[in-house]
Design a protein around this ligand. Structure first.
Ligand code: UD1
Length: 428
């Protein structure tokens, strides 16, 4: 199994291309189900979740094709075309859902277009139980009949879904996206209250509107959708990955280096830019799509954070920020309010010499002068990358096992870090 061997201590300097956001790409790919015409997505990231989603869509009967033209880097595999004119098998099997929870996204679009869907229940995952009740309640509100049989969600509707007012009891990115997609083809008006406001939701709404949907207010907690009878074709460029950008910003900050992020605009860093700045990391928009990140001063300042839905501090940046705080000049607290059990990186960081104590959903991080390399085990996507960040600054050698977690969400992570001067070897 692939591993990374990192020899810490190098200041990273260079440029890194930030690719399209995985979390925007996944629902966007699924939105192809809503139309019998072609959907083209550009700025596709090369990560394994995208391949898993493409496989799921192909198993439904959707034709997925890579556009080989050089335009929009098509020749580099960044353009995917989807043709869902025929859907033969509206089922998401357990093997795929188990690997990728985002498979649940197909529920709403299949119901809206085909009137039925069968999706395996996801079960547990490394960062908690992650239920799908909000997705199911939203579909029921839109008029679907939901039954659970043999570990599967079986959903159906007579005729079209019906517009409704849906009040989410908890903010959920996925449930907001699922309901928004389903409602585009429902009869009448749908109102989503307490909707998630993440940039990826705005990106999805922009693409759906380009396909002919009538969605208003995406990016606010109240989204209004006027259902239409059919959607058409569109070509859409996926928004930059703010979590990838934030991760490289921390790579620059933690090593005291300077990295130019190519692709993102500053607004996508909302939610963690201020915290990075308080820690002593400087972010400068140097052109319309380039941000330069460097560290101001010799030390990292301690900054306490608490994760919240957008525009709060993103849970997907929590582990990386903890690595930064592990070598800060003082103590900080990190509170995780979105997922239970999202401190799997704590014990691994402690093995690298960090002084961190987790009490329930709060970790107290007392900054240490230096970390030391160790062999560590990656447990989930963001936890894994936090160990890479710690390894970049640790004394000696760090070995990161279970690389497949990283490959779910980071494109060529090791290569990008190496291009900025990191001493990393990929072991096969
Ligand atoms: C998405 C992101 C993930 C990110 C998370 C929170 C994608 C593909 N993934 O995941 O990277 O960490 O948002 O920003 O976009 N919940 C329920 N019932 C439900 C659904 C969710 O109780 O039916 C709970 C979850 O357990 C969690 C909270 O709601 O405690 C928020 O989860 P949600 O926003 O739905 O996360 P995802 O959409 O799965």
């Amino acid at each position: 199994m692939k591993k990374l061997l990192i020899r810490g201590g190098k200041k990273l300097e260079g440029s890194v291309e930030i690719v399209g956001a995985k979390n925007a790409a996944l629902p966007l790919m699924v939105s192809s189900i809503l139309t019998s015409e072609k959907l083209t997505l550009t700025n596709i990231p090369h990560v394994s979740d995208i391949a898993n989603m493409a496989n799921l869509l192909i198993s439904l009967g959707i034709a997925v094709e890579m556009d080989g033209s050089p335009q929009d880097f098509g020749s580099q595999g960044r353009v995917l075309k989807f043709d869902a004119s025929k859907i033969s098998n509206p089922v998401a099997p357990y093997e795929l859902v188990r690997k990728m929870r985002a498979s649940i996204f197909i529920l709403g679009p299949l119901l809206a277009r085909m009137g039925k869907a069968k999706v395996s229940l996801p079960g547990g995952c490394a960062i908690g139980t992650r239920p799908v009740d909000l997705h199911l309640k939203a579909m029921e509100k839109l008029g679907a009949k939901i039954e659970l049989h043999g570990g599967y969600i079986e959903a159906s509707v007579d005729g079209r879904l019906k517009g409704a007012e849906i009040n989410f009891e908890k903010v959920s990115v996925g449930a907001t996206e699922n309901a928004m997609m389903a409602a585009t083809l429902a009869e009448g008006e749908t109102v989503l209250n307490n909707a998630a406001c993440e940039p990826e939701i705005i990106d999805l709404a922009n693409c759906l509107n380009a396909m002919g949907a009538k969605i208003f207010g995406a990016g606010t907690p109240r989204i209004i959708i006027h259902g239409v009878e059919r959607l058409g074709s569109a070509r859409h460029r996926i928004i930059s990955d703010r979590i990838e950008a934030g991760t490289y910003a921390i790579a620059a900050g933690i090593t005291g280096g300077k990295i130019r992020l190519i692709g993102p605009e500053m607004w996508i860093m909302t939610g963690f830019k201020e915290e990075l700045e308080k820690a002593g990391i400087v972010l400068k928009q140097v052109s319309s799509n380039e941000i330069e990140v460097s560290r101001e001063g010799a030390v990292i300042n301690p900054v306490s954070i608490s994760t919240h839905p957008y525009p709060g501090f993103p849970t997907d940046m929590q582990a990386q920020f903890m690595s930064l705080m592990a070598i800060a000049n003082g103590a900080s607290t990190i509170e995780e309010t979105i997922f239970e059990n999202r401190f799997m990186h704590v014990l691994e960081l402690v093995r690298m010499g960090a002084n961190i104590e987790a009490h329930g959903n709060i970790s107290v991080v007392k900054g240490v002068k230096e970390l030391s390399g160790a062999e560590v085990m990656a447990t989930d996507l963001r936890a894994s990358v936090s160990l890479v960040l710690a390894g970049l600054v640790a004394n000696g050698e760090t070995i990161i096992n279970r690389l497949y977690h990283l490959e779910r969400g980071y494109e060529r992570l090791a290569e990008k870090l190496i291009s900025c001067g990191a001493d990393i070897k990929i072991l096969y």
